[in-house]
Ligand binder design. Structure first.
Ligand code: FAD
Length: 368
């Protein structure tokens, strides 16, 4: 059978493109080198019945009604608003920082210490929050996350902060927030219904077998596609240590507790998955699972999580991108292909746009 499109990667990017092309009558084949579907949103059950997000906690959120309807085609979601805390000064404090905490620490009339155009992450942070808050909550966390001093990081990183003047304690104020009832693994299985998928297959080791396909959509690491011949793009990832406490109902007040202070240990955060489950199921489970995450610079591409935010890597990425662009009928996309952090809703919206362009026969360029 002639295949119209080989899609490399069964994460959200590959899944949405595969679903859209299949629904439009195109013949696609999806290959993934992992043994499971779903890429990094995959989750699995612990023996206790607790559901663990295998590659770190995933909170689905979007303001887009259309996109929300799209994901609800494949799963029912229960509402889950991520509520986070930080372990600071030997107690749990809300994260994001609330207005009352800022006023308590820096007074009613605090003024940002940094004014003007920030040249780095530290300056950008100090333009948004008092130094005392930056040092307790942000500096240590980001130095663990990226493994370098905060003043060497890009100012753009601070754009992801949400410093609230009010006292609302939920992480993000999106209109739709939730987790699929049968897990992300269930959602992804449903999205791939009727789509042929080959697991445990590394496209780069077997590409000759797929050369009759009219088009290749590659959602793996862009540098690997070219054998890393210009050098490797740097990523950060996390080592996860799971601990089952059989006789503890809940060990912490919420699903995610950040650990910004290096004096409290190398882990960056501790997750307690039971909080992320539906109450009625969680209540019947004996014990709890805690997962401590320690950030590392991985060498195994399966552990690549966050693209490293600096100029050197961004230039290297651009060099690979130009080469990919010059190859007809190749689209390199997704978080690894575009060397870019996408939230799930952004990854889906992006994949929908790319799929539409493929169907319209438009030249697809990942950076548009
Ligand atoms: C730690 C962490 C936490 C996150 N939490 C959230 C969250 O709370 N909310 C949110 O909205 N988003 C979150 N995200 C983002 C979310 O994970 C991404 O949006 C999503 O995974 C992007 O999907 P993708 O398909 O682009 O990439 P991936 O899911 O990585 O899929 C790529 C797939 O390609 C396969 N592949 C690669 N190379 C090859 C090859 N040569 N041959 C065959 N297969 C190959 C891989 O095995 C993988 O399955 C988080 C991300 C991380 C890293």
């Amino acid at each position: 059978m002639r295949i119209d499109c080989v899609i490399v990667g069964s994460g959200l990017t590959g899944a949405v493109i595969a679903r859209t092309l299949t629904d439009a009558g195109r013949r696609v084949l999806v290959v993934d080198r992992r043994s499971h579907l779903g890429g990094n949103v995959f989750d699995h059950g612990h023996q206790s019945g607790i559901r663990i997000h295998t590659y770190g906690p995933h909170y689905f959120r979007t303001n887009d009604d259309e996109l929300w309807r799209f994901v609800n085609r494949f799963a029912s979601f229960y509402e889950y608003k991520a509520a986070l805390k930080s372990w600071v000064d030997d107690q749990f404090e809300n994260w994001p920082i609330t207005g009352s905490y800022i006023r308590r620490m820096a007074g009613e009339k605090w003024e940002p210490e940094f004014k003007g155009q920030p040249a780095n992450f530290e300056e950008a942070s100090l333009a948004m929050m008092p130094r005392v808050v930056y040092e307790k909550f942000v500096k240590g966390y980001n130095e663990k996350q990226w493994g370098v001093p905060a003043h060497t990081l890009s100012a753009n990183l601070a754009k992801r902060f949400n410093v609230r003047e009010d006292d609302e304690v939920c992480l993000m104020g999106h209109k739709h927030q939730g987790i699929p009832e049968h897990g992300y693994a269930g959602l992804m299985r449903k999205m791939f219904e009727g789509v042929p998928v080959l697991l445990n297959c590394d496209y780069l080791k077997q590409r000759d077998e797929f050369k009759s396909a009219k088009m290749v959509v590659f959602s793996g690491p862009i540098d690997e596609y070219f054998g890393c011949d210009l050098g490797r793009l740097k990523y950060r990832g996390q080592r996860r240590q799971h601990e089952y406490l059989a006789d503890v109902e809940y060990a912490q007040p919420c699903g995610q507790v950040n650990n910004p202070d290096p004096a409290n240990g190398p882990h960056i955060r501790t997750l307690e998955w039971k909080h992320m489950m539906q109450r009625e199921f969680a209540g019947r489970i004996r014990g709890t699972v805690l997962t401590r995450e320690v950030t590392v610079t991985p060498t195994d591409p399966n552990d690549f999580e966050y693209p490293f935010p600096d100029e050197t890597n961004s230039r290297l990425y651009q060099a690979y991108r130009e080469r990919a662009q010059a190859i007809p009928n190749l689209l390199v996309c997704g978080r690894l292909g575009e060397y870019r952090y996408y939230d799930m809703d952004q990854a889906i919206a992006r994949a929908q746009l790319l799929a539409k362009r493929i169907l319209n026969g438009q030249k697809v360029k990942a950076e548009d």
